[in-house]
Design a protein around this ligand. Structure first.
Ligand SMILES: [Zn+2]
Length: 419
C-alpha cells in the first residue's frame, strides 16, 4: 500500500493556518474571504498534482483522480473548509487534506483505482455564519430549499445569494434545485474529521469509526415572560418570576434526561444561551423575562420526540404554576443519519491491517456525511483523536494521529474504489 503524502499534508496545514490566522484563532468565514483563500489553496495544489478540478454552482470543489472505468459511480471523500470565528485549523480541513494527500501519493505512484476517486471540499458547513445547516452539501445534492438563499450572514447582513454570487457562484442554479453532483453517480462518501470530544484520547484508540450522526431538535429563540417586581416588597405568592420558572424547567428536563438515559436512550440536552434583559433586570427586581435556547441531539428520532414532548408538557405545567408565559419560538430539526455497515467494516478492516486500534462511537456533532446518508448514498466517517474539543483556537490534533488516520482512510478508499 502506498502511504499518503504526509509531507504534503503537513505543508497544507501550515499554509492553511497562515492564510486563516486572525490574531487569536483561525477564521475561514463561510462564503467569505477566509473560506475562499482555503479553497484557492487546495485547488491550486490539486492542479499541480494533475487532478481534475471542478467547481459547482455553490462553489463546492471536486478534485478527481480518474479511475479505470470512468462510467462507474465515484467514491467521494472530503469535508468542509470553513470554520467558526476564531476556530481551530483542523475541524473540516483535516478531511480535505487527507484526501489530497492520498490522491497525490496514488497519482505520483501511477496507481489507478478501479473507479474515480474524488476529494470534495464542501462549502458552508458551519451554521454560525448563516442560520441554515449543511448549505454546501445540501446544494451539492440539490436539496437546499430555495428560500435558504434569502437568509443573511450574521455579520455582513448580506444574503447567501449575494455572497455566493460575489464569489463567482451561480445561485440561480441552486435555487432551481440543480445538484452539483448526481447522487446516482456517487458510490460512497467517506469523511475523515477530528473528534470534537475526549472519547478517543480517554480510551487510547487510534481512530474512531462513527456509527451514526445525531439529528437535532432546537428552539433557538425561546422566552419566558413573567412580571418585573420589587424584590423586597413583592411576597412570593404575588410573584411571576421568570428566572425561577426557567430554573425549574432546566431542573425538570435534566431529571428527565437522566431517566431517559437509564431507560437506554442516547441523547444530549443543552441550554447554551440564557439571558435576562440587561436593560430591565436588576439585583433588586424579580426578573420579568428570560431568553434561552434548547438544543436536543440524538441518533434516534424517537428519543428526540420523546424529549420534545417532555419540553412541551413541562412548560405548560410551569406556566400554570408560576403565572408566566413560555414562548418556545420556531422549532428547527435536522434528521439523524446512520452510517453504512459495509463501509464501517471496511474502515475497521483497514485499521486492523495497519495494526491500529479503533473505537465505534456516535457523533454528537453534525457533519456533511449526514446529508449524503440521508440522500441514500452509503456514507461513513472516521474520527482522529484531538485534544481540547473544537470550535476554539486550542483544538489540537497530533500530526502523527492524523497520518495514522489518513492511512486507514487510504486503505478503505482503495478497497472500495476497486470493488
Ligand atoms: Zn467540522
Amino acid at each position: 500500500m502506498i502511504e499518503p503524502d504526509s509531507a504534503l499534508a503537513h505543508g497544507l496545514f501550515d499554509a492553511m493556518a497562515a492564510a486563516s490566522f486572525d490574531g487569536i484563532g483561525m477564521t475561514r468565514d463561510t462564503y467569505g474571504a477566509g473560506e475562499q483563500r482555503a479553497h484557492d489553496l487546495v485547488a491550486g495544489h490539486a492542479g499541480m498534482l494533475g487532478l481534475e478540478v471542478r467547481i459547482d454552482a455553490a462553489l463546492n470543489l471536486y478534485l478527481t483522480l480518474p479511475g479505470k472505468e470512468r462510467g462507474l459511480p465515484a467514491v467521494l471523500t472530503g469535508s468542509h473548509l470553513d470554520t467558526v470565528p476564531r476556530g481551530g485549523n483542523y475541524d473540516g480541513a483535516a478531511g480535505v487534506i487527507a484526501g489530497i494527500a492520498i490522491l497525490a501519493a496514488w497519482a505520483k505512484a501511477g496507481m489507478t483505482p478501479g473507479r474515480d476517486v474524488t476529494v470534495i471540499a464542501i462549502r458552508a458547513e458551519e451554521s454560525v455564519w448563516f442560520p441554515v445547516s449543511y448549505i454546501g452539501s445540501k446544494a451539492a445534492l440539490g436539496l437546499l430549499p430555495p428560500d435558504a438563499l434569502d437568509v443573511v450572514r450574521f455579520d455582513t447582513q448580506k444574503t447567501l445569494y449575494r455572497h455566493i454570487q460575489e464569489l463567482g457562484g451561480t445561485p440561480e442554479l441552486i435555487k432551481a434545485g440543480t445538484p452539483g453532483i448526481d447522487p446516482a453517480a456517487v458510490y460512497a462518501f467517506l469523511e475523515l474529521h477530528i473528534e470534537q470530544g475526549p472519547v478517543l484520547i480517554d480510551n487510547r484508540r487510534n481512530i474512531g469509526i462513527v456509527t451514526g450522526i445525531c439529528g437535532s431538535l432546537r428552539y433557538r429563540a425561546a422566552t419566558v415572560t413573567g412580571r418585573y417586581a420589587h424584590s423586597g416588597a413583592t411576597p412570593r405568592s404575588h410573584r411571576r418570576d421568570a428566572v425561577v420558572a426557567f430554573a425549574q424547567l432546566v431542573d425538570a428536563l435534566h431529571r428527565h434526561w437522566l431517566a431517559m438515559e437509564a431507560a437506554g436512550h442516547e441523547l444530549t440536552l443543552t441550554f447554551g444561551q440564557v439571558n435576562t434583559d440587561s436593560r430591565q433586570s436588576d439585583f433588586s427586581k424579580v426578573a420579568g423575562s428570560v431568553g434561552f435556547c434548547i438544543d436536543i441531539r440524538s441518533r434516534s428520532t424517537d428519543s428526540l420526540q420523546q424529549m420534545d414532548r417532555q419540553v412541551q408538557a413541562t412548560v405548560a405545567a410551569l406556566a400554570r404554576q408560576h403565572g408566566v408565559i413560555f414562548d418556545l419560538g420556531e422549532q428547527r430539526r435536522s434528521q439523524p443519519a446512520l452510517m453504512d455497515d459495509a463501509l464501517r467494516r471496511e474502515l475497521a478492516r483497514s485499521a486492523d491491517r495497519l495494526g491500529l486500534t479503533h473505537h465505534e462511537m456516535p457523533s454528537g456533532a453534525g457533519h456533511d456525511a449526514a446529508m449524503f446518508a440521508n440522500r441514500g448514498i452509503p456514507a461513513a466517517m472516521l474520527f482522529i483523536p484531538n485534544a481540547n474539543g473544537s470550535h476554539n483556537p486550542d483544538e489540537r490534533m497530533e500530526l502523527g494521529d492524523f497520518d495514522r488516520g489518513a492511512r486507514v482512510l487510504a486503505g478503505a478508499l482503495w478497497a472500495i474504489a476497486n470493488v
